[in-house]
Design a protein around this ligand. Structure first.
Ligand code: M6R
Length: 364
């Protein structure tokens, strides 16, 4: 049932404040402000290396998580798309944890990677949305997302719930490794607890984004740029746009532009820049200005301060609530999803059932 929404995708985008809150409830305790995961039958503190494997949007959630595991827990992280993972003879030593991330829990490549890692003696954690799925059954540590059934082929609410779980897992691992003191843990919990309201704040810009979609719909190619945890979001934005609007889109690390893709820039290639204000803002903005200096038309997604500082000269801006960098990827997912959605609606595509795609990819 789509409720009063035109598509499942839009309904699912709008469910995010609730389902992220629901998911967080199982992973953080508000009372004593601690992260609380189901207890694994192995010692998290003894994990020496993490391997994250997934496909598509779930892979981009894993890419955000890599930054968090390294930053908070100081654990080395290997990250790969599931379809490539086994074929490069990955080195998996004792004390390794594999994390698979999957909405369906049935994606064939991801499942094959799980089994390969298990055979190599890895512990397996699974972040899945379908608790009865094969991956859920085969994991040593099941970390469910509580997004509820996701019907739209384009993944939206599963992604933000995956990020919520992975942030809690990163904090838990950091604590187990003695890298997060109680005060820092409380701060992490407080930031995470702000996510649902911040997502609501982001949804308030839906109409503005809908109006802006007219600027993107005529394009043949679109670029997305981001740095740090906003880089996976740039990739996710491009994937969302490609899969439902059929516009060719690419995500790039902002600093990588000048190594090639900047040659594509002209007034016909809109560039979406994801840049919340924070430690990486100035660097990303200077990459954005390189684009503008070559006649590129930029849409800047930032908060009020960021737009005050760098919004002049942009074709359009999208103002997000000001949030802590930890939850920025969760909050900035919303404009990226809404933009793809509205562009697809303008183009008249089948938003919930895009051509050539299946919700669950059960062939390798
Ligand atoms: O069920 P999974 O999370 O394992 O699915 C992975 C990808 O097939 C999926 O995220 C796909 O990329 C989506 N259509 C993206 O919106």
């Amino acid at each position: 049932d789509k409720g009063n929404h035109r598509h499942f995708m839009l309904k699912e985008i709008y469910e995010q404040p609730i389902v992220v809150a629901q998911t967080l409830k199982s992973y953080v305790r508000r009372l004593d402000e601690q992260v609380s995961l189901p207890t694994p039958d192995f010692d998290l503190g003894s994990i020496r290396r993490v391997t994250i494997v997934a496909c598509g949007t779930s892979y981009y959630a894993g890419m955000v998580a890599k930054y968090w595991f390294e930053q908070f827990a100081r654990v080395p992280v290997d990250l790969d798309v599931a379809s490539e993972f086994r074929y490069r003879a990955p080195v998996m030593e004792e004390g390794g944890l594999m994390i698979v991330i999957s909405q369906s829990g049935e994606t064939a490549d991801t499942l094959a990677a799980l089994r390969h890692a298990r055979a190599e003696g890895q512990k397996i954690a699974a972040v899945v949305n379908v608790p009865t799925s094969t991956m859920a059954r085969e994991a040593d540590l099941l970390l469910p997302t509580h997004a509820g059934p996701e019907i739209g082929v384009a993944s939206t609410k599963a992604f933000t719930c995956q990020l919520a779980v992975l942030a809690a897992l990163a904090a838990n691992l950091a604590r187990a490794k003695g890298r997060l003191n109680p005060r820092e843990e409380k701060e992490v919990v407080r930031h995470l607890a702000e996510a649902p309201a911040a997502i609501n704040g982001a949804l308030a810009y839906d109409e503005a984004i809908e109006a802006m979609a007219h600027l993107i719909a005529p394009a043949r190619d679109v670029l997305y740029l981001g740095r740090g945890t906003d880089y996976p979001l740039a990739l996710e934005g491009a994937l969302k746009l490609k899969e439902i609007s059929y516009i060719h889109a690419e995500g790039y690390a902002a600093g990588e532009m000048k190594h090639g893709p900047i040659a594509l820039i002209d007034e016909n290639v809109p560039v979406i820049v994801i840049a919340p204000s924070g430690p990486l803002f100035d660097k990303t903005v200077s990459n954005m200005q390189e684009v503008q200096a070559r006649g590129g038309k930029v849409v800047l997604i930032s908060d009020y301060d960021g737009i005050q500082a760098a919004g002049d000269g942009c074709m359009a801006t999208i103002t997000m609530p000001k949030v802590h960098p930890l939850i920025a990827p969760i909050v900035y997912a919303i404009p990226v999803q809404l933009l793809a959605y509205h562009v697809a609606v303008l183009k008249g595509t089948d938003v919930d059932q895009p051509r050539n795609l299946a919700k669950s990819v059960t062939v390798e």
